[in-house]
Design a protein around this ligand. Structure first.
Ligand SMILES: NC(=O)c1ccc[n+]([C@@H]2O[C@H](COP(=O)([O-])OP(=O)(O)OC[C@H]3O[C@@H](n4cnc5c(N)ncnc54)[C@H](O)[C@@H]3O)[C@@H](O)[C@H]2O)c1
Length: 357
């Protein structure tokens, strides 16, 4: 009997319940149990997803005592990731939501315990499973050497966990670096296959809230040897300074021949080649014609529910439980992303470049 628990049924955990329930119907697991300290939430999410009463728990210790788990998804506040992860790892493998933990020390504690007990730790960096990211990575790998990445721009704009008001913001999720930017840094680390060497940054704060509500960072990655692409710069903006319905999640990758724009939400990719012609023209219309891109290719990938990144991520977790293979984003990559974010926050606070080792 392969039993999977979902702990934390808030804004994000409820999406895990939907997907894990679907995966149960597809025979990736046999039983789903859910847990939330909030009884009202436990009831509503349990009812919507047809979870039998006996598989609902408002107390994690009771769940761990009663159920023999194969794996657990942890979608609880970031501030308690470490405590809950250490407790659950005693019983089973885990998929812990991003960021793995607020600090590198806490990430290490989770890793050490997992290693000691031979457990899998996957981290919920779902953008790695986004078909646009998979397509981009495949495209870049296929390209020949003179077309390497030169520059990347990341933009993640949204209202954050709640309204931009110090009374509404919850410090248990830290700032927009840990909450938002961590996604883009993990994607870029994955695309380039390395970590940045250093970062410079700037940030914004609001009165009464201890963490940044906007972070703008420039990460420097070592470029490709013997080419003019050294370093590769990744400039990334993550902000909660937006109205609730303004959401934008984009990545623009410039190679020597292409500009590729990804939209994480719409799952679209626009690939632009260079100019048709670079010559002087006699009229404005001729000039516009000559300066259009030679080729613009639009791909829209969000065609079916099988392309939901969270579904693909959760499916990978359930497969790893059986195969014992390392997940695409394990505690190693999760810790690397936290390390980069902490360096960016420090760079913004000190106004100095911070080396990432
Ligand atoms: N991967 C993504 O794209 C993504 C998106 C949003 C949030 N997240 C992450 O998911 C996690 C949860 O975020 P959220 O927005 O759903 O938070 P939330 O506050 O909406 O939900 C958290 C839930 O955990 C429950 N909880 C807290 N302590 C508990 C305990 N000890 N036992 C049982 N239940 C407990 C709360 O009652 C609440 O229902 C965070 O780590 C966040 O960073 C990831």
């Amino acid at each position: 009997m392969k039993t999977i628990a979902i702990v934390g049924l808030g804004r994000w955990g409820k999406n895990h319940v939907r997907n894990i329930r679907r995966l149960q119907t597809e025979s990736f697991c046999d039983k789903v149990v859910i847990c939330d300290a909030d009884k009202g939430r436990l009831k509503s999410i349990g009812d919507i997803n047809d979870i039998p009463e006996e598989n609902r728990y408002d107390d994690l210790d009771k769940l761990l005592k009663n159920e023999k788990l194969a794996g657990a998804v942890l979608a609880i506040p970031t501030a308690i990731h470490k405590d809950i992860a250490l407790k659950v790892l005693e019983h089973c493998d885990i998929l812990c939501e991003k960021p793995l933990a607020p600090t590198i020390e806490e990430c290490k504690e989770i890793s050490e315990k997992a290693k000691k007990l031979n457990r899998i730790v996957q981290v919920g960096h779902l953008e790695r499973y986004n078909p646009v990211v998979v397509t981009l990575k495949t495209f870049l790998e296929k390209e020949n050497t003179e077309d390497k990445v030169m520059h990347i721009t990341g933009r993640r704009v949204g209202p954050g966990p709640s309204k931009l008001d110090s009374k509404e913001l919850d410090p248990n999720y830290l700032g927009c670096g840990h909450d938002f930017m961590v996604h883009d840094i993990d994607v870029v680390n994955g695309i380039l296959g390395k970590l940045p060497k250093r970062v410079t940054a700037t940030s914004c704060y609001i009165e009464g809230f201890p963490y940044e509500v906007e972070l703008f960072a420039i990460f420097e990655y070592e470029g490709f040897k013997g080419q003019s692409t050294n370093p590769i710069l990744f400039d990334c903006r993550a902000t909660w300074r937006a109205y609730p319905n303004l959401k934008r999640r984009k990545l623009i990758v410039q190679t020597s021949k292409d500009v590729i724009t990804l939209d994480f939400i719409l799952q679209s990719i626009i690939m632009e080649k260079g100019l048709a012609q670079h010559a002087l023209s006699n009229s404005f219309s001729e000039y516009l014609g000559a300066y259009r891109a030679t080729e613009v290719t639009n791909h829209y990938l969000a065609a079916s529910k099988d392309q939901e990144p969270l579904y693909l991520q959760d499916k990978d977790f359930l497969s790893c439980l059986d195969s014992r293979k390392k997940p695409l984003v394990s505690d190693v990559e999760g810790t690397a992303a936290v390390k980069c974010i902490i360096a960016a926050i420090e760079a913004a606070k000190t106004g100095k470049a911070v080396e990432i080792k």
